[in-house]
Ligand binder design. Sequence first.
Ligand code: TTP
Ligand code: MG
Length: 356
Amino acid sequence: MEERRIIHIDMDYFFAQVEMRDNPKLKGKPVIVGGKASNRGVVSTASYEARKYGVHSAMPMSQAHKLCPNGYYVTSRFDAYREASKQIMDIFRSYTEIVEPMSLDEAYLDITHLVRPDLPASTIANFIRRDILEQTELTASAGVSYNKFLAKLASGMNKPNGITVIDYNNVHDILMNLDIGEFPGVGKASEKVMHNNNIFTGQDLYNKDEFELIRLFGKRGRGLYNKARGIDHNEVKATRIRKSVGTERTFATDVNDDDEILRKVWELSGKTAERLNKLQKSGKTVTVKIKTYQYETLSKQTSLRDPVNSETDIYNIAHTLYTELKDPDIPIRLIGVTVGNLEQSAYRNMTIYDFL
Ligand code: TTP
Ligand code: MG
């Protein structure tokens, strides 16, 4: 198999860095970003100055206040983070089409097929970091390796504003000495199981045989066995940038009854909302499409100031559009509801690592 060249980029203290960029008074200060008090009240992220006090992501705000009473507490501004995110993703895509975003501030890039194979991957990673700094005034860290798992591990090793290369020369040392909790893919729960089984380092993991790891971790056992050996065959999955999410239904027989059609519109709005939420997206346009019993397709769209993603919001707009679109004398055979002009919804608080 051809050796791959993978880069993992992760922005440094992302939300906090954006806040410090936009408000110079915060530079060098312990900055803690979180949702409004009315929200769940947890820390989204903290600057490195604040981390020294023990403040970290997902910690209750009340606890952060206790640890760091003189911190600068800032309410998250998702629009600003989304904008920076879009800028960095565009930069990634200017280098390679194979970009897999993992969250607003993080992506894998496969640069195996870049036309300049003479350029070391680390040079390309530094070009990317330079572009990010020039265009967003933000720093990022990069990991460079021959698979995703190692690239991800590497990007965290020299944070902030650092780069790490893991290759065949250093992979053994790095993995064997790694604290088991630092392994990408080992969350808090797995770490506990590891400790209960006397696995504290990469070396300890390496010493376990595959069957034992499968017994302890089920399906994930095999992956862990491989990871201990620096093996990961997962490909960087280029995600199409999805422009819209829509659902449509054809009726069994042509219908002209508004109540019946609107019940369907409600159902389709719900389905669309469900799909949007799965993708963590909201959209700024809503479109209703109908196909008449004579197979003529008509549609009407509206643009919104604020993005929508809930069943009720989508339905209310779709209801209005339907009323404007539907000719009372013409039965229809199909109706569809689409939400477009999508953007990332607010961050769902979770540790991304548990999904890798
Ligand atoms: P991370 O990349 O995990 O963290 P970070 O960029 O703040 O810091 P680091 O330098 O260690 O990479 O997450 C990116 C952003 O996602 C983070 O700035 C805020 C948000 N986030 C949450 O809102 N909740 C969370 O639990 C986590 C982990 C991140
Ligand atoms: Mg980050």
